[in-house]
Write a protein that binds this ligand. Structure first.
Ligand code: FHN
Length: 421
């Protein structure tokens, strides 16, 4: 893909998009999977957006930076972290019910707190919390039992707790920090840990590649591939390295991106880490349309949940994910393992394809019941959802192929019609 406006806007080159991707067979499972669950979880779920009685604007996991909370104060959250409602099986089963095929958990976010038992620091869930359980081990075992791939988010540059990590300007002076030492003697050993102690890891999801040098990104990529050759590295490793491109948060490119493998990370409300006062939940219809829109343009959708301080998943997230799963139960054939369809750029519909079939995903249903498409080589139209009981026909009229259906959409979110030759 060239330096088009689309690339600049949606796949910032400095965030590390690898030209010439879309070939590597290690990504085959991921290309098939289409839909994953992101989990942002850490001690920031305790303040949940509120610090000393004040609502801190912005995303929940950034509260330490936004409120410039001194390390000595923020660290005390670890001593209160006791997520007794955390149930790895329940999370994995929710992902399965939602139709999500992989999970990516924050093993260390920018606040530096490790959600796994690290030998490199005591600032981790096993050593620093009353809970004392390695939640990553539980999640890895649950994923293995349920056949879900597990990926790990790891903040490789920003670490507001480590004296040499990037980003904490209120406890440390940047000119006194040794970022190279942090990468060499902290990040690399930790990446080695998460790739050595928890079985197969499908993805390392690096993020915010600020100030990282090319050789540092390159060495991290090589380390991941040396330890687990099949492990994918997302496009935010930095310096145009990584196995696939990562769109900006919640961004869906306006057109097909056929030349690259890409993924959109996205929120269900406006935050990643749990916030008590974020009620801006996207509707189920919007989430299903985002999924379809992304898949039809060749991408993957990594949709986030932010468990609360007790480890419970917010009910609005559960309800939406289950509703997405119900839609996917009837329409998964038009999503999983598909490629972008032949018709692109029509506002009222999206299209995917598999083998000889094209799948028409209708967002806006015309009252006339006439779905007018550019001419296509198809002779049959069927509802993908076998429970729909309404007539459907295909007509070729001049330069158009017209699908004739009922006056109202059979599905409240997205109706899918399978078109065959
Ligand atoms: O700063 C992070 C943010 O907290 C969150 O993890 C998202 C997920 O894509 N990534 C960064 C912002 O782009």
């Amino acid at each position: 893909m060239g330096e088009s406006m689309t690339e600049v806007e949606y796949f910032k080159p400095e965030r590390g998009q690898r030209p010439g991707a879309n070939q590597d067979p290690r990504l085959n499972w991921w290309r098939e999977a289409k839909f994953g669950m992101f989990i942002h979880w850490g001690v920031y779920a305790i303040p949940a957006g509120v610090w000393k009685g004040e609502h801190i604007p912005g995303i929940g996991e950034w509260i330490m930076l936004r409120a410039e909370i001194p390390i000595a104060e923020y660290e005390q959250l670890a001593g209160q972290f006791n997520p007794v409602k955390y149930d790895a099986d329940e999370i994995v089963k929710l992902a399965k019910r939602a139709g999500q095929k992989y999970i990516v958990l924050t093993s260390k976010h920018h606040d530096g707190f490790c959600m796994y038992g690290s030998a490199e620091t005591d600032y981790n869930i096993v050593d620093a919390t009353p809970y004392g359980v390695d939640i990553l081990k539980d999640l890895a075992e649950a994923c293995a039992r349920e056949g879900i791939k597990l990926g790990l988010y790891y903040s490789q540059t920003q670490d507001w707790h480590h004296p040499d990590g990037y980003g904490n300007t209120w406890d440390f002076k940047e000119e006194e920090q040794d970022f190279a030492d942090y990468i060499e003697n902290y990040v690399k050993p930790q990446v080695r840990e998460i790739l050595s102690n928890y079985g197969p890891i499908a993805i390392i999801w690096f993020d915010t590649p600020r100030i990282i040098a090319r050789h540092q990104s390159q060495e991290l990529l090589e380390l991941v591939h040396e330890l687990q050759p099949d492990c994918l590295v997302c496009g935010r490793l930095g310096n145009k390295l990584g196995d696939y491109a990562t769109a900006q948060d919640n961004a869906i490119p306006p057109a097909l991106q056929a030349e690259i493998d890409w993924e959109t990370p996205a929120t269900i409300n406006d935050t990643w880490g749990f916030k008590t006062h974020d009620y801006n939940w996207k509707s189920t219809t919007q989430l299903i349309r985002n999924l379809v829109d992304i898949i039809s343009k060749g991408g993957n959708y990594l949709l986030n949940i932010g468990p609360d301080a007790e480890g419970a998943i917010p009910q609005p997230s559960v309800e939406r994910l289950e509703a997405m799963g119900a839609w996917l139960d009837a329409h998964g054939e038009a999503i999983y393992g598909t490629a972008p369809g032949p018709i692109q750029g029509v506002d009222w519909c999206r299209m995917t394809r598999k083998d000889d079939a094209a799948y028409l995903h209708v967002f806006y249903w015309p009252a006339s019941g006439r779905l007018v498409l550019p001419k296509m080589d198809v002779s049959a139209a069927d509802w993908l959802d076998a429970s729909v009981d309404a007539s459907l026909a295909v007509n070729h009229e001049g330069d158009s192929t017209v699908i004739l259906g009922p006056a109202a959409a059979p599905n409240e979110h997205v109706t899918v019609i399978k078109l065959s030759k």
